[in-house]
Structure formats: structure tokens, C-alpha cells
Ligand binder design. Structure first.
Ligand code: SF4
Length: 63
């Protein structure tokens, strides 16, 4: 699994950070950042759930 954020789409709503702070954090620029690009264990399933809830479609998850 590899997680990335398209910063051209992210609106900084912070939903991903609220839902999964183990993987996402807000940057100083007001946009979300991925802090664990290749999570394992329980975080894999959680990331798959959080990706689609991004209202901007900015979270990309590759298997
Ligand atoms: S949920 Fe999407 S739009 Fe909102 S901060 Fe996270 S990546 Fe950005």
C-alpha cells in the first residue's frame, strides 16, 4: 500500500487527520500531509476506509 495526497485538490478540511491521525497530519501550509506512506497492520484497513471519505478526492491509495 502507498498513500499520497494530491495537494492541488486538498482543501485542508482536516477530515483525514481527524479520522486517522496515525497516517495524516496538517502541514504548516494548511494542507494535509501523509506521515506514514506505507502503513501496515490495522492501519491498512483504516486507510482504505478514510481514503474515499475525502470530500476533495485528494487521497490516493495504491495497493
Ligand atoms: S480529507 Fe482530503 S481535502 Fe480534507 S484535509 Fe484530508 S486530503 Fe485534504
Amino acid at each position: 500500500m502507498k498513500i499520497s495526497i494530491d495537494e492541488t485538490l486538498c482543501t485542508g478540511c482536516s477530515i483525514c487527520v481527524t479520522e486517522l491521525p496515525e497516517v495524516f497530519e496538517m502541514g504548516d501550509d494548511g494542507l494535509a500531509k501523509v506521515i506514514v506512506e506505507s502503513p501496515d497492520g490495522d492501519l491498512v484497513e483504516k486507510a482504505k476506509e478514510v481514503g474515499p471519505i475525502c470530500p476533495a478526492g485528494a487521497i490516493n491509495i495504491e495497493d
